[in-house]
Design a protein around this ligand. Structure first.
Ligand SMILES: [Zn+2]
Length: 346
């Protein structure tokens, strides 16, 4: 089968290869990929590498497709089902699983090979994570469940109450998803901040109370105006920069909660004022990955149409153009989420 293989940093090292179709062993499931996301993580890996990935690798955890074959002993999944898959399962036994810190499991089962290939083999221990898509749900909507699961974990940490003023910093696909989830939590005021007017406008339509284009307006001034000078109850950082992490702490009321969702390269530094953390009793969390329950909840939100993915999934790239075009399309200012489309030529 045809696969896009990542051989390390540098565009020339993201290239096509013919690889063997995965064997189908007892208990396993073979999926023909229909849609797979090309995310910011992939852009970073192709351009400069990624500390959590070692080449060679076939990327693509956020995928959906058709079951084409099931191994002996598989009874819950049938050929022909339209599915997405939770691509990771914590071991349940290691130091971190015992602490219920599932995202930090030391021995997770993951897909050996991802969705930037025509077929994906699902190991037996992940088959429980294969979930069927209703006919009215598009493959790419189902494939968004993995990202949404990560966002749901951050939402749990943020503990938003109905009376809360919530600030969401970052107007990409993730920020637009946070806006919708904060609205579902009935947050009283959602202040949505970023640098892209079209995205901010979408945020308003999806439930934001106020938008702030930080190129033209002071986010802190707006937050203080909207909270009678107290500060926000919750700030969610969905950018992944020193500046926004630092700023998050300055936007909170006493006892407020900041959740760091945006990833940064190792060694990134920011200047924080410990005086704020101590004397204002701030609660500061980081959120990474998710647990199996978050994945099921995420797909349920998608299948019940409680999350509108229309404004989030903006661009598609044909599978045949993946290695040449995906990075450039991802970097276009109006690209919020890019989907690899296998149907366009296979
Ligand atoms: Zn574990």
């Amino acid at each position: 089968m045809q696969a896009a293989v990542w051989y390390g940093p540098g565009r020339e090292n993201f290239r096509w290869e013919q690889v063997n179709l995965p064997d189908l062993n007892p208990g396993e499931v073979l999926i023909k990929v229909q849609k797979c996301f090309f995310s910011a993580m992939h852009v970073r890996a192709v351009l400069v590498g990624h500390p959590k990935h070692q080449p060679p690798e076939i990327f693509g955890r956020m995928l959906a497709g058709d079951v084409v074959a099931v191994g002996a002993d598989v009874t819950s999944i049938k050929a022909g089902m339209r599915v997405t898959i939770n691509p990771e399962r914590p071991c349940g036994e290691c130091f971190y699983c015992q602490l219920r810190e599932w995202g930090h499991c030391l021995n997770p089962t993951t897909l050996a090979s991802g969705g930037m290939a025509e077929y994906v083999s699902v190991p037996a221990t992940l088959v429980d994570g294969i979930l069927e898509l209703p006919p009215e749900i598009a493959y790419e909507e189902g494939a968004y469940a993995e990202t949404l699961a990560c966002i749901l974990q951050a939402m749990d940490l943020s503990n938003i109450a109905a009376s809360d003023c919530v600030v969401i910093v970052g107007d990409g696909s993730v920020g637009l998803t946070f806006v919708q989830l904060a609205r579902l939590q009935n947050a009283a005021k959602i202040i949505f901040a970023g640098k892209h007017d079209d995205s901010l406008q979408q945020g308003l339509a999806l439930g934001a109370f106020r938008t702030v284009n930080v190129k033209h307006e002071s986010l802190r001034d707006v937050v203080m105006q909207e909270t009678h000078g107290y500060g926000a109850d919750v700030v969610i950082e969905a950018v992944g920069s020193s500046e926004t992490y630092e700023q998050s702490m300055t936007l909170l009321r006493c006892g407020g909660t900041a959740v760091g969702f945006g990833g940064t390269p190792p060694g990134t530094k920011f200047t924080g004022d410990p005086n704020l953390i101590h004397y204002r009793s701030l609660k500061i969390y980081g959120s990474y990955r998710y647990n199996p329950d978050h994945f099921r909840r995420a797909l349920d939100l998608i299948c019940t149409k409680q999350i509108d993915l229309g404004p989030i999934i903006t661009h598609y790239v044909p599978f045949s153009k993946l290695t040449t075009d995906a990075v450039d399309i991802s970097q276009q200012p109006d690209c919020r989420a890019l989907v690899i489309d296998f149907a366009q030529e296979l």
